[in-house]
Design a protein around this ligand. Structure first.
Ligand code: ACK
Length: 938
């Protein structure tokens, strides 16, 4: 039997429950009855009450209920039930229960379902039944029973209620399933999830990270059968710039930041930084503050350090110990490190501006830094393997992690300039055997890599290998080869060689072993330098070549000495040349003075002003009017009151010397005042004063030709003096006076007698070391050749615009350096020919130096051919190298007027047109001019 469809109320909600809309559609014996509920509200019920008849089987079936994804549904039934006992006349047939059934189906409109298709859920009994009597008091006793059913097979199901003889009224049936509701746990969202099929089943659910968060570990939870979330695992973390607040990720506010995905909240910006927008992942540094790449965002912004302080240098031969104090400001960091810049320097003046500057180039890679050159944590470094007698500038830079970011690395530094001293030569690197016999070995070797001066000799130490060093022999030689004789045949010998300079012996070379022959005839052994083989093959050609070289070199070497002899011969042949007379040969000095100087009446002198201080008193300028002559400007040297006899004689001796000269480049004596006091020496007035001060004042302002013009004047004056056999002894730019026409005149003729008067005292106290030739310093050999040496220094002073020769080196070091072969380098922009001329003036052997006559000739030629002055040393970056280190430059030009120094074998061969022999010589190991010069006949 079918009844019309009736809707059950569905407005009751359960926590975590989904209520399924329920309709009852099929009724069999059940009646739809409206009654009043407890609150007197009319409700619809389904009732059946066939208690009097046996074998009841009354069915009430619902409509198709969609499963909606549920796997277990709950059926809540509200009903009332009449107590059988309260029914009169019912015996045995009355029941107090009903049965609940279900049937799964995909069909939503099944019209007929067999009874057997239904599966029983349960027999439902009432907790409370009611009697007729109760009706008056209570309308009914409402029972509520819930049963759950697993429904997994079909899309939906039907429910059915079977009455087997009870008096029952179904008030409501609610069908629902449970879900775990949408939730956020550990910043992951878990969706609303239907519970599992069984009461014990857990549904695993994967969460998804909330906005602005990322997975820390896969977020998971289990949905229990009761609709409760269980066992949360994993979760998410707020992105950088966001922090958790109420289960979501909120941006960090201004002034705060969060650098990483983490549980942590936003942090306040560290010192010296700020964030201007929400959601900052890092705070920006305040201006002037920086963060290194490796700095964490939590670290305060910092600054580069200030420069290191109190840099101290201690020179020890060719090593320098540098020590400094840490910077005053470390910039808020603790990672200060230091690096050292090493520059090799020389003073020069700028060609355009003329300004003086220290010109520096980076040191070579041969310089050693201990513990290191860069990345230093300590404040002390030992720099070694420097060149001897060389200016170095060391710059210590302080850096820290933000120096690069700040771009201010170069500013944080401190520098010091030092001059190294002498040092012993480095060890000889290899020894070759060139000839072997039964009783002898001929050895040769190359000069040490760093001779650090002129090598004075080599020491060869050798011993029989078996003997070890128990007994050894020593040989000394000036050359780089030695013949070791009186050896035992067929014996192995061990050799060491070391070099000696003025600084002492260097270290011995490592051991080299060579054996003598058993053969009575000499033969070329294993260690023979292949050069000799090659040379013998090259034969006559090479011999010719070498002869040519030796010839050319020796021509050049003897160039000046030969001409010097010529000029000396000339002097002999020219008996008319006036010879200077030493006033000290006069017993009465007044006689000398009146022979050579004119007495001037003091009334004709008009003193105007003091212009300087001389050795004996003031030097003034003024005017002199001698009768019959026009008035001229003069310089007046006076002898201050209270002088001794000796001082009077010394003072007047200068006038006696000067009065003998008459040359446009020698200061002219106008006369003396000896008859009244103060005693005066009157000379021509030189408007521009002394040359050194004048050049310093006009640094860089003259053309090379003007400078050469000045030098020419001085050379001319000096030639005149040397022709008169006068040795000046104190030729220096300070003793050259310059007039308004830039004419230079030699002055100051006072030194010679001072030296002779009191040689011991004068030698140590008065000698102008920097200007004086070595032989004059060592054994007071003052000659025109020693004046030529001084002239070379004057040339250097002129071209360097008044620079102090050898700068701030002390006299002892200058003497040592010169002894070792060091010579002043070419000043800035110095034409190569001029520097070569200087070097010629500084030849150790005085006979090798040019004469003033030759110098004058050379300068005249340069002035006539200014093109020759164009090549300057600027293109030689290592101008500060010791000349000895360069290998003495060999001047091979056959034209005497312009010598072109060559620095390589190739250049030399090219210059004499024999470049085709270059390869042969190179293959034989002759790669430097030095090695070539060492070739013997052998
Ligand atoms: O460099 P100065 O100006 O040039 O300073 C010294 C000073 O006197 C002491 O020697 C200057 N002096 C010496 N002789 C002369 C002279 N004949 N004409 C101009 N200045 C002179 C020199």
């Amino acid at each position: 039997m079918f009844v019309s469809q009736v809707s059950f109320p569905d407005n009751i909600t359960y926590k975590h429950c989904v209520v399924i809309q329920l309709h009852v559609c099929v009724c069999l014996q059940w009646e739809e009855v409206s009654i009043m509920d407890e609150k007197n509200i009319p409700i619809r019920t389904y009732q059946v009450c066939n208690v009097l008849e046996p074998n009841q089987n009354n069915w009430l079936r619902t409509d198709w209920i969609p499963r909606s994804g549920a796997q277990r549904v709950y059926v809540e039934v509200k009903f009332t039930l009449r107590d059988c006992n309260s029914l009169p006349g019912v015996t045995g047939t009355c029941k107090e229960t009903f049965n609940l059934y279900y049937h799964e189906s995909n069909e939503d409109r099944e019209s007929y379902i067999k009874e057997s298709s239904f599966i029983k859920v349960d027999t439902v009994a009432a907790d409370e039944s009611f009697t007729q009597v109760d009706v008056g008091d209570r309308i009914m006793k409402l029972n509520t029973e819930v049963r759950d059913v697993k429904v997994m097979m079909r899309k939906g199901f039907y429910l059915a209620f079977q009455d087997v003889g009870a008096c029952i009224a179904l008030v409501s049936v609610r069908v629902f399933f449970k879900t775990c509701p949408l939730t956020i746990r550990n910043l992951a969202t878990f969706p609303d999830t239907v519970t599992g099929a069984d009461t014990s089943s857990l549904v695993e659910v994967r969460g998804s990270c909330v906005n602005q968060s990322e997975e820390r570990e896969e977020p998971k939870m289990y949905c229990g059968a009761d609709g409760e979330w269980l066992v949360p695992i994993g979760g998410c973390l707020c992105n950088p710039g966001y922090q958790e607040k109420g289960g979501t990720c909120k941006a960090c506010s201004v002034g705060f930041y969060k650098a990483k995905s983490s549980d942590a909240g936003c942090s306040k910006c560290p010192p010296h930084s700020h964030s201007l927008r929400d959601g900052a992942t890092v705070c920006d540094c305040h201006s002037g503050f920086f963060r290194a790449d490796s700095d964490p965002p939590s670290m305060a912004c910092t600054q580069p350090p200030s420069g290191p302080q109190q840099l101290i240098s201690v020179v020890n031969e060719t090593s320098v110990v540098l020590e400094w104090a840490p910077p005053r400001r470390l910039g808020g960091r603790s990672d200060t490190s230091y690096s050292l810049e090493c520059l090799i320097c020389q003073t020069g003046s700028h060609s355009q501006t003329g300004s003086k500057a220290l010109l520096c180039l980076p040191c070579g890679s041969d310089v050693l830094f201990s513990p290191d050159q860069t990345g230093l944590k300590s404040t002390r470094v030992v720099v070694s393997e420097l060149r001897a007698h060389t200016h170095y500038t060391f710059i210590v830079h302080a850096r820290n992690g933000v120096s690069q970011a700040s771009g201010a690395g170069a500013a944080q530094s401190v520098s010091v300039t030092v001059t190294t001293n002498q040092a012993a030569p480095s060890p000889v690197s290899s020894i070759l055997v060139t000839d072997v016999t039964r009783h002898s070995l001929s050895l040769s070797w190359q000069q040490p890599d760093r001779p650090n001066g002129v090598i004075l000799e080599y020491e060869v130490k050798f011993y029989e290998k078996d003997q070890k060093e128990r007994s050894y022999r020593i040989m000394r030689t000036f050359s780089r080869s030695v013949d070791v004789t009186a050896l035992n045949p067929l014996t192995v010998y061990v050799f060491h060689v070391r070099a000696r300079t003025a600084a002492g012996y260097g270290e011995f070379s490592s051991p080299f072993e060579f054996a003598t022959n058993s053969d009575p005839f000499p033969l070329i052994g294993e260690g023979v330098n292949s050069a000799f083989l090659l040379l013998s093959v090259s034969g006559v050609g090479i011999l010719l070549l070498i002869s040519a070289a030796v010839f050319i070199i020796s021509r050049r070497r003897s160039k000046y000495s030969k001409t010097k002899q010529d000029s000396e011969e000339e002097k002999h042949l020219n008996p008319g040349v006036k010879i200077y007379v030493d006033p000290f040969t006069y017993e009465d000095p007044d006689q000398a003075i009146h022979e050579f100087a004119k007495e001037i009446d003091v009334s004709s002198i008009h003193i105007e002003r003091v212009i300087g201080m001389g050795e004996f008193g003031d030097v003034c300028s003024g005017r002199l009017r001698v009768q019959g002559k026009r008035e001229i400007y003069v310089a007046i040297k006076s002898l201050k009151a209270g002088y001794s006899d000796k001082q009077r004689r010394d003072f007047l001796s200068e006038a006696s010397i000067m009065g003998q000269f008459d040359h446009p480049n020698i200061i002219r004596l106008e006369g003396v005042v000896t008859r009244c006091k103060p005693l005066m020496i009157i000379t021509e007035y030189m408007e521009n004063g002394s040359l050194d001060a004048f050049l310093r004042k006009h640094d860089g302002q003259f053309t090379v030709i003007q400078l050469v013009g000045m030098l020419r004047g001085i050379a001319s004056g000096m030639k005149y003096l040397s022709d008169m056999s006068y040795v000046h002894r104190d030729l220096a730019a300070r003793n050259i006076l310059v007039n308004s026409n830039l004419v230079c005149k030699v002055s100051d003729f006072g030194l010679s007698r001072v030296l002779e008067d009191d040689p011991e005292v004068a030698y140590t106290t008065r000698i102008p070391i920097r200007w004086t030739a070595p032989e004059a310093i060592t054994y007071r050999k003052f000659t025109s050749a020693s004046d030529v040496w001084s002239y070379g220094i004057v040339m250097w002073e002129v071209v360097s615009y008044g620079e102090r020769p050898y700068w701030d080196m002390n006299n002892q070091d200058v003497i040592k350096a010169i002894e070792e072969g060091y010579r002043l380098p070419a000043p800035m922009d110095c034409p190569v020919v001029l520097h070569q001329l200087m070097l010629d003036c500084w030849e150790r052997e005085r006979a090798e130096r040019p004469t003033f006559s030759q110098i004058l000739n050379m300068l005249d030629k340069l002035i006539r051919n200014p093109g020759t002055l164009r090549r300057t040393g600027g293109d030689r970056p290592t101008a500060t190298l010791l000349e000895s280190e360069l290998g003495s430059e060999v001047c091979v030009s056959v034209l005497p007027e312009v010598c072109v120094p060559v620095s390589s074998v190739c250049e030399w061969l090219r210059s004499i047109g024999l470049e085709r022999y270059g390869d042969t010589l190179a293959a034989a190991g002759y790669t430097s001019l030095d090695s070539l010069l060492a070739l013997t006949h052998q």
